[in-house]
Design a protein around this ligand. Structure first.
Ligand SMILES: Cc1cc2nc3c(=O)[nH]c(=O)nc-3n(C[C@H](O)[C@H](O)[C@H](O)COP(=O)(O)OP(=O)(O)OC[C@H]3O[C@@H](n4cnc5c(N)ncnc54)[C@H](O)[C@@H]3O)c2cc1C
Length: 197
């Protein structure tokens, strides 16, 4: 383990790996990412990548690699439990309305990009405890010892043990879900055949 990391990120999923990548892009050195799993690892998820998520992948330089192995969904149509539906209007841009990709594949691509950019990603290392001093989180504990960075970040998903144990949630990265599509009532929903090609 890097003996003097500036930053420790717990979790090498898309949020942790993206955070590591952007820290390095912005001049932070010695970024250590710890993940209890070994990649590729399974992750329960629908695997849908909105345009917003695709843009983030593009910023990280992995969009083409992801798009080459993902399934394109040019006319996504999502019905919520409430009965409301979301649909996305096709746009004439490089990005597809939605891509779908198994997270076992996606997450390894994003993790490898962070590593390639210079992050030290250690797989199979579980953070068992946060080290606190004076009410502040000052480091992490694993089975092989304790490490203290000058700054730390939680990327270990929700509910993040790091985010919930620190005064301000620090989880950041690819906003994989959500988006800004307006919900439309079922009765005003246009028939799929009426959508532009
Ligand atoms: C059923 C379901 C369907 C979904 N469908 C979609 C979808 O279609 N599209 C979409 O955008 N989002 C979807 N989501 C949400 C999406 O899965 C999450 O938003 C996303 O995985 C969060 O990424 P992350 O990097 O924060 O966490 P994760 O990808 O979960 O990564 C967290 C990492 O932290 C590691 N970790 C955890 N604890 C520790 C520890 N103590 N020490 C070391 N490592 C640790 C884990 O091993 C893991 O690799 C879905 C979620 C669910 C449950």
């Amino acid at each position: 383990m890097s003996s003097n990391p500036n930053v420790i990120i717990v979790g090498a999923g898309p949020s942790g790996s993206a955070a590591a990548f952007h820290l390095l892009e912005n001049g932070v050195r010695d970024v250590l990412v710890l993940d209890k799993a070994s990649f590729p690892r399974n992750k329960l998820c629908g695997g849908g990548l909105t345009r917003k998520a695709q843009k983030e992948l593009d910023r990280m330089g992995v969009y083409d690699e992801v798009a080459a192995v993902a399934y394109p969904v040019p006319k996504p149509y999502i019905v919520m439990p409430s009965g409301n539906a979301l649909y996305a209007r096709p746009r004439e841009e490089k990005l597809t309305q939605m891509l779908v990709l198994n997270r076992r594949i996606l997450d390894e691509i994003v993790m490898r990009r962070a590593r390639q950019r210079g992050a030290e990603v250690r797989e199979g290392v579980e953070v068992t405890e946060l080290v606190r001093e004076g009410g502040r989180c000052v480091g992490v504990r694993t089975r092989s010892g304790e490490t203290r960075p000058s700054l730390s970040s939680g990327g270990n998903a929700k509910p993040s043990s790091v985010a919930s144990a620190t005064p301000r949630p620090t989880s950041a990265g690819v906003n994989a879900g959500g988006g800004s599509w307006p919900p439309i009532r079922p009765e005003t929903r246009p028939p799929i055949d009426a959508w532009p090609a």
